[in-house]
Design a protein around this ligand. Structure first.
Ligand code: C2E
Ligand code: CA
Ligand code: CA
Length: 621
């Protein structure tokens, strides 16, 4: 930029100085030759002093010049290799110098391509006026900063933040230095960071963080403007299977297509995000009515359910959706989303492929129940259930005449669980159906095994829930199981409760079919429900089981003793056998004998025991 030529490290001015000194020396020598002695002495002295002084001065001048030159080199280097874009313009606004950074930023390979050009040639029209004003101020010696758009060589605009500073020489402005920062680059970086923080890289959808932010914003708006919104949590039903059988690449391809479908389904008010893996969240705003929300949700599930093209292979997948609506004003984004999640868990537990809206009636205890249902489901698959057997004895002979199969849950963390902890929940959720089927099959299989081993087997009684009757063709199921296991029907009993007998009229036909097979039927917990002797007469029942509560107080509560007595007398009139359950003491045993009860079951004789224990009891019988 500011370079001058040197010769052997000497400044040009120094070389000129030396030449002058040499010339002067020659003049002195010439004068010295032609002069008289006296003049020679004067000339020699004056000449030597003058020449020596001139040489010393010249040396110093050279050093100063060299130092100045050194500073200029530093300035040059600083200019050329500066990471900041620097451009020098002259008084007329022409580019006279620029560094590599500037050239690179503007897309030019050689700086020469720009040198000599009027600066305005590379400024976008919209910024020319502002830059013109700034340059005018530079001419007045002022420094100005502004944002302008310049044209990249590939003709796209770059947004620059520039500072224009005057270049002053000998007190007057001879040009300007422009220092530039590429704001576009800065903005692009910020965009990139923003993208990584708020968007899912794979699908390009917003992520959980952005969803939460937008959700909170919409919830606030909904509160102010009083509109309904629904937050939907979607999860694919068998995505793991797709991942396992097709591989990650295909599974990702499917998620991409799904993201695209969701995006296209939404209106401008709605919002979709990928939460994690195969779960997505939707925010449906400005809902007029719950039915409209359900209709939209249904449509979304249908679209998700359409086949996906995985490199030519059509693949189907269903999804489940839990929804929560902003009904409770106390809800914030977090709690409302948790409700949608709870609804989703509930749908998943009942086989999925469905939609469920969170109900405010669900509370924490129902959440616990949900969890338990989930565990029961898993326990069936993991074979955690086991049957215990409690023998039933003939009161007169003391022989084992029957056995009741009672379920236990060998829970992985809670240990052996009693049925009272899970049967009511299993009944409520319908899980009693698969559990009940397992109980019948297992009891029959076990009894047949004992039969095959030559043991003196007795009928095994299983407890049946009313749900099993409602949901199943029980007579068909029982006959199938008997056939599969090969157990003769007279070695199976079923125990039904009185509450079931209220609906017994409808079940009459089924009970007749079961009875005709040769399977015994007992009425369990007799005396606690609304039993009517009329029903007992009409139905194909073999035995009544007197509820434990009457037996417990039989010696102390006179009315209980009377009830038990009446039941036994009446049952015998109807040709029914009577068994008393919960017999714990000899006194109870003796009293029941005087009342002519037929059979007893209770801790006095044996608690429910594992199959191997009961087998020993049978062997010793
Ligand atoms: P349940 O049918 O009345 O069964 C009798 C219950 O009384 C059993 O409790 C038994 O262990 C208990 N027990 C027997 N003898 C005595 C005694 O001397 N004293 C006392 N205090 N208790 C005695 P468990 O096994 O806990 O069963 C409770 C209930 O769970 C059963 O009452 C039955 O309603 C239900 N349950 C058990 N297994 C099944 C099943 O496989 N299916 C269905 N649907 N329900 C079942
Ligand atoms: Ca029972
Ligand atoms: Ca009972």
């Amino acid at each position: 930029m500011f370079k001058r030529k040197q010769y052997k490290g000497l400044e040009p001015s120094t070389i000129a100085g030396y030449l002058i000194i040499v010339s002067l020396a020659w003049i002195f020598i010439a004068l010295f030759v032609v002069s008289t002695f006296t003049y020679r002495i004067i000339l020699g002295t004056v000449g030597s002093v003058l020449l020596a002084t001139a040489v010393i001065l010249l040396f110093r001048a050279n050093r100063i010049a060299q130092a100045t030159n050194f500073h200029e080199s530093i300035v040059d280097t600083l200019f050329e290799s500066n990471a900041v874009a620097l451009t020098l313009i002259n008084h007329h606004g022409k580019i006279i110098e620029l560094n590599h950074t500037t050239a690179n930023m503007l897309g030019y390979e050689h700086r020469n391509d720009l040198i000599g050009l009027p600066i305005m040639d590379i400024i976008e029209q919209s910024s020319q006026e502002a830059l013109g004003t700034a340059l005018e101020q530079v001419k007045e010696g002022k420094i100005t900063s502004l944002n302008i758009h310049v044209l990249h060589r590939s003709s796209f605009p770059l947004e620059l933040q520039i500072s224009c500073e005057p270049v002053i020489q000998n007190g007057s402005v001879i040009g300007g230095l422009i220092i530039s920062h590429d704001l576009s680059d800065h903005k692009r970086n910020i965009e990139r960071i923003r993208y990584m923080a708020y968007y899912d890289d794979m699908t390009g959808l917003p992520n959980r963080t952005l969803f939460q932010i937008r959700f909170d914003e919409w919830l606030l708006r909904a509160k102010e403007d009083h509109f309904m919104l629904g937050v939907c949590y979607i999860d694919l039903d068998n995505f793991k299977l797709i991942n396992a059988s097709f591989g990650r690449e295909y599974a990702d391809l499917m998620l991409l297509q799904m993201a695209d479908r969701l995006n296209r389904l939404l209106s401008e008010h709605d919002f979709v995000a990928r939460m994690e893996g195969d779960s997505f969240a939707l925010l449906l705003n400005h809902i007029d009515h719950i039915d409209q929300l359900l209709e939209r949700a249904q449509h979304i599930l249908e679209v998700i359910g359409e086949p996906y093209d995985l490199k030519g292979v059509p693949v189907h997948v269903s999804a489940s959706m839990g929804i929560a609506v902003n009904i409770d004003p106390a809800d914030d984004g977090y709690s409302l989303f948790k409700k949608a999640d709870m609804a989703l868990v509930k749908v998943k537990e009942t086989a999925g492929d469905n939609i469920l809206i969170y109900s405010e009636e669900w509370n924490n205890s129902s959440y616990e129940r949900l969890k338990l249902q989930h565990e029961i489901h898993r326990a069936i698959q993991k074979h955690e259930f086991e049957l215990y057997y409690q023998p039933q004895y003939d009161l007169l002979e003391g022989q084992i005449v029957g056995v009741e199969a009672l379920i236990r849950w060998n829970h992985p963390t809670k240990g052996m669980l009693s049925p009272i902890h899970f049967i009511p929940i299993a009944e409520e959720s319908g899980l009693i159906v698969p559990i009940g089927e397992w109980v019948i099959r297992e009891a029959c299989r076990q009894n047949k095994e004992w039969l095959d081993e030559g043991l003196p087997i007795v009928p095994v009684a299983v407890n049946l829930s009313i749900r099993q009757f409602i949901r199943n063709d029980m007579s068909l199921q029982i006959s199938k199981i008997l056939e599969e296991t090969g157990l003769p029907p007279q070695y199976l009993d079923i125990e039904i409760t009185e509450s079931m007998s209220i609906d017994i009229n409808e079940m009459n036909q089924k009970l007749i079919e079961i009875s005709e097979m040769g399977v015994g039927i007992s009425v369990d917990d007799f005396g606690t429900g609304y039993s009517s002797f009329h029903y007992l007469k009409a139905l194909p029942i073999n035995r009544l089981k007197i509820d434990r509560s009457f037996v417990t107080d039989i010696l102390h509560e006179k009315s209980h003793a009377e009830i038990v007595s009446a039941i036994i007398a009446m049952a015998h009139k109807l040709n029914l056998q009577v068994i008393a359950e919960g017999v714990e003491t000899d006194e109870q045993f003796e009293f029941l004998r005087t009342l002519q009860c037929d059979e007893i079951q209770g801790y006095l004789k044996s608690p429910p025991v594992p199959s191997s224990f009961f087998q020993k009891l049978l062997c010793s019988a």
